[in-house]
Design a protein. Structure first.
Length: 183
């Protein structure tokens, strides 16, 4: 996918499609998407087989599965078009993290303690904790590139924290990331 340029709407639709099988977020999609789209994802059909006419439904489902303001960051802090680039370890480690992770450089995010829930317990959805229960020798097959936006001109990882942590365990191939194309 390297050097592919797509519209922001496709980035969102791809994000939704790859989450359909997610243990953390997938349940919402089953009840909000047409059965054919859900079944295609579960059977392993690639996103390229999803008709563009289904993208609005995928994006609507994404805004139910995730906070819609979070999804809107693709437009607000991104661009109308996104380019697929390949990051190496230093590039990932130097990108910024979301404010909920301290808006620190990624290498600091890895060293910081996990987020806490309202009563002070570790948040079980924190990707640093989630990665701990995945066997270290698990082979990561990236179905979709991660998504980055811009914060004061610097890349900030928007989506793909768990996948990026798992990729760092064995970064033999570059990490594909959608980044905003300069306006």
């Amino acid at each position: 996918m390297k050097d592919t340029v797509i519209a922001a709407e496709e980035v969102k639709a791809r994000w939704a499609y790859c989450e359909i099988t997610s243990e953390r977020f997938g349940g919402t999609y089953r009840t909000t998407l047409p059965g054919s789209v859900w079944a295609a994802a579960v059977s392993g059909a690639p996103f390229s087989q999803v008709p563009a006419s289904e993208w609005p439904r995928l994006i609507a489902a994404l805004k139910i599965a995730r906070n819609s303001e979070f999804i809107d960051c693709i437009d607000r802090f991104g661009a109308p078009r996104y380019l697929c680039v390949e990051w190496e370890v230093p590039r990932l480690l130097s990108c910024l993290t979301l404010p909920c992770f301290g808006q620190a450089q990624y290498f600091r995010f890895l060293a910081l303690p996990p987020r806490q829930d309202a009563v002070g317990n570790p948040d079980n959805n924190d990707p640093r904790l989630r990665s701990d229960v995945i066997p270290f020798n698990t082979t990561l097959a990236l179905k979709e590139p991660l998504i980055a936006i811009l914060a004061n001109g610097a890349p900030m990882l928007l989506e793909g924290y768990l996948r990026s942590i798992l990729w760092l365990r064995n970064p033999v191939h570059p990490l594909p990331v959608w980044v905003p194309v300069a306006r």
